[in-house]
Design a protein around this ligand. Structure first.
Ligand SMILES: CC(=O)N[C@H]1[C@@H](OP(=O)(O)OP(=O)(O)OC[C@H]2O[C@@H](n3ccc(=O)[nH]c3=O)[C@H](O)[C@@H]2O)O[C@H](CO)[C@@H](O)[C@@H]1O
Ligand SMILES: C=C(OP(=O)(O)O)C(=O)O
Length: 428
């Protein structure tokens, strides 16, 4: 087990290349289950969630070959193997095996998903969608059992705008008989990416990226080749880091449109950002002004950037109010930032951040993926050394974080934890 160490204060300069989007990749891989012939996905991030999904695909009989950032999945000999326990519990996106296996085999047994602990994360809207398509769904001993004699297209109104439910229903509906209409669908770029892959496989989908998606089911889907979109959350994290500590940082392989809400907020704070087709050039500003943020569904401010952004607000003049409307209790990073001298109060569903303060390096723990990212942002700005444990969370979502930041000039490295440290960590 390792810990991450950062000696803060170095000005950052240079270029960082963004990897493929985790939240697309984790749906694209299960989507391959639906094809009759091999699917190749290009530009995958090398992160632990992808490794686990590749192993799950092999567990159900898929042949998986990885060549650098590309993966080829031959689904022809897959079977509807139950996956009630084990790897499925390690990540959120294992829920996509429900939709994909239901679409292909008309049955699936999948353990309830893991992923970041952000408070309650129900999957009732996924289930509502599967039931509307004709599946019988039961929950037994922590696993979801799905079975359908046939899947039949239906009109489904989501009571909550959900990325996972929108994609999961698409995965099942592409092989249902007739037309499915998903209303109040989520509009995140990852949904368009999954729809693009499915369309290349032969699916008939209209409206992905709007709040009404129409799907006409087909009997057969074939293999294809697909290039994943860049990770807007990784790009946003580096943009925040560059705003915090950058002299001049070029973010390469990014779709600026996907980050409009973040870019607007950073400009309000006084950060200078130039947008190119696939790049962002960020000039940090040591005199930042505070702003308020409220997370919303896309194209609103993403909840996955709320935690890293909160760390940046500690350096801004004034008071910034951070409200997360998607996950009201996504604030586990606050106590850790306070250990680093941040001045943050929790008031109801908001964090009130006062700044600027001089952050000080400390021993802190990443309780979830983006909490980890917020500690990295803080560590990069702090005086002295910050020691972050809980790297398994960070490794779920950031490819080569240490190398990418070191290339920009950060003083950052990983070290093995001693057995006493591991014991303390496990008991904490
Ligand atoms: C693997 C993946 O893509 N993860 C992302 C996905 O998670 P995930 O797909 O799990 O998030 P959702 O969009 O489904 O959740 C949004 C909100 O809806 C609620 N909800 C969701 C489903 C449901 O059936 N019932 C229900 O009440 C959730 O508790 C949450 O409050 O979108 C989140 C919101 O942008 C991001 O933070 C995650 O990084
Ligand atoms: C919450 C996240 O991921 P997951 O849904 O996979 O837990 C995230 O990427 O910030």
């Amino acid at each position: 087990m390792e810990k991450l160490l950062i000696k803060g204060g170095n000005p950052l300069k240079g270029e960082v290349r963004i990897s493929g989007a985790k939240n697309s990749a984790v749906a694209l891989l299960p989507a391959a289950i639906l094809a009759d012939t091999p699917v190749t996905i290009e530009g995958l991030p090398n992160i632990s969630d992808i490794q686990i999904l590749a192993e799950l695909l092999e567990e159900i009989g898929g042949k998986v070959q990885r060549f650098g950032q590309d993966i080829t999945i031959d689904p022809s000999s897959m079977i509807s193997m139950p996956l009630p326990n084990g790897r499925v519990k390690k990540l959120r996106a294992s829920y996509y095996f429900m939709g994909a296996m239901l679409g292909r085999f008309k049955k699936a047994v999948i353990g309830l998903p893991g992923g970041c602990n952000l408070g309650p994360r129900p999957i009732d809207q996924h289930i509502k969608g599967f039931e509307a398509l004709g599946a019988k769904v039961t929950n037994e001993q922590g696993a979801v059992y799905l079975r359908a004699d046939r899947l039949k297209g239906s009109r489904i109104y989501l009571d909550v705008v959900s990325v996972g439910a929108t994609i999961n229903i698409m995965l099942a509906a592409v092989k249902a008989e007739g037309r499915t209409i998903i209303e109040n669908a989520a509009k995140e770029p990852e949904i368009i990416d999954v729809a693009t892959l499915l369309t290349s496989m032969g699916a008939k989908i209209k409206g992905a990226g709007t709040d009404v998606i129409r799907i006409d089911g087909v009997e057969q889907l074939n293999g294809c080749r697909h290039t994943i979109i860049p990770d807007r959350i990784e790009a946003g994290t580096y943009t925040i880091i560059a705003a915090a500590q950058g002299e001049e940082v070029l973010i390469d392989n990014v779709i600026p449109l996907h980050l409009e809400s973040l870019i607007a907020k950073l400009r309000e704070m006084g950060v200078i950002i130039e947008e190119e087709d696939e790049q962002l050039l960020i000039r940090g500003n040591r005199k930042l002004k505070s702003v308020d943020i409220k997370t919303l569904v896309y194209p609103g401010f993403p909840t996955d950037l709320q935690q890293p952004f909160t760390a940046l607000l500690t350096q801004a003049e004034g008071t910034g109010i951070v409200t997360d409307t998607i996950y009201q209790s996504r604030f586990k990073h606050i106590d850790e930032l306070r250990r680093m001298n941040a001045s943050i109060k929790l008031e109801g569903a908001s964090a009130v951040v006062s700044g600027p303060v001089k952050l000080e390096g400390a021993k802190v723990k990443a309780s979830d993926l983006r909490a980890g990212a917020s500690l990295v942002v803080a560590g990069i700005m702090a005086d002295g050394v910050t020691e972050i444990i809980g790297l398994d969370h960070i490794d779920r979502g950031y490819e080569q974080l240490t190398d990418k930041l070191a290339n920009l000039g950060a003083n950052i490295w990983r070290e093995k934890m001693s057995s006493e440290e591991i014991e303390q960590f496990q008991n904490s």
